[in-house]
Design a protein around this ligand. Sequence first.
Ligand SMILES: Nc1ncnc2c1ncn2[C@@H]1O[C@H](COP(=O)(O)OP(=O)(O)O)[C@@H](O)[C@H]1O
Ligand SMILES: [Mg+2]
Length: 400
Amino acid sequence: MRVIFYTGKGGAGKSVISSATALKLSELGYETLIISSDPAHTLSDALETAVHYTPTKIVDQLWAIQIDPVREARESYGVIQEYVVSLFKSKGVDEVLAYEIAALPNMTEFVSLLKVVEFVESNNYEVIVLDTVPSGDALKNIYLPTLIGSTASKVIKFVAPLVNIARIAEPIVGLPSPGKEVIKQDLKLLEILKKLKNIIADRKVTSLRLIANPEAFSIQNLKRTYLIANLYDINVDLAVMNKIIPEEVSDSYFKEWKKAQGEYMADLEAAVHPLPLKKLRLFQSEVKGLKLLSAVGDELFGDEDPAQIYFEGKAINVRESERGIEVVVPLPSASKHKEVCEVEREGEDLSVVISTDIGEVRNFIPLPAIAHTMKLDKAKVLNDELHIYFIDERWKKGRK
Ligand SMILES: Nc1ncnc2c1ncn2[C@@H]1O[C@H](COP(=O)(O)OP(=O)(O)O)[C@@H](O)[C@H]1O
Ligand SMILES: [Mg+2]
């Protein structure tokens, strides 16, 4: 079983590349499902077939599904949504706004992730390819499950990062308590989230692939995503630079473009090394229909099997240290981290802020259970690694 996510800025080529990957996989004989939650229906455009809300057959071994996140969220998690609205309201948020927040623009991505669990469990497919929505923070939703604890009150913790209202997660005092139905659904949700987490954390199953165009912003976005993926222990196995003007285009009009693209290419190559980087040329037209998708698949993968794990990056490592434990988070060299790095404890998670040349990256790292009873000592960035030290107080006492 393989689950492959494609991420990148809007327009980078996620829909095209994920469709081309899925098509290639089906040609190789894998029973393949491609999932999209993009409300713009780009999947139907790329595949030139109406893709429905249930798996739609495209060709032999290839299925596609367009998820309607709003419907999905309402059907499966409506009660929780109501509860979240009541929480916001109790915090003094205007009712209309509360509903808007609880409708969760970001929830869309999230619901399609929950669907992944369903399809993985169905065992109907050998590879699932995800065409993610063009949100810079799309990845947040992928690692979010790792932040969820248990009990209904944590729902708020799960919603807060989605809507970027971290404050809401403040001490939960005097908030309405969830009803039975909410708790029941909440437990179901937590169950699914746990499974999702296991799927995503399994580096033999899930790979994240990063797509960028040869443009400054697009590349920054890629580097940032790469860093965040490392913080969340998600394996990134491939990067793709898409829409490169081919060598043979000699029109002087494109001279400056080509020069800049060459420079961006070199920059990215050096930055993501040793992560494999594939290049895809800018085609002569938009990429629509199976014929062109097949051509993209051939140019990208040739005789290779796109289901392979192209690269296994280092995982987060927990080891015993002299006084407790040390958590080592590998950081990709894609970003030049300055020495500034703040680490704070927030319950069972660590809040981490790393300043880099691509801006501040702020995230949570779920702590290994063994660290729960230990004291956070210090953290530092050393040779592209974030080292976090915990002291075991009991150990100290024992020595005295
Ligand atoms: N290599 C390419 N050559 C030509 N057109 C491309 C290429 N990659 C993507 N496109 C076109 O660029 C647009 C955006 O691509 P799309 O895959 O929809 O991006 P995303 O899903 O990341 O928003 C589409 O019109 C698509 O056909
Ligand atoms: Mg798209």
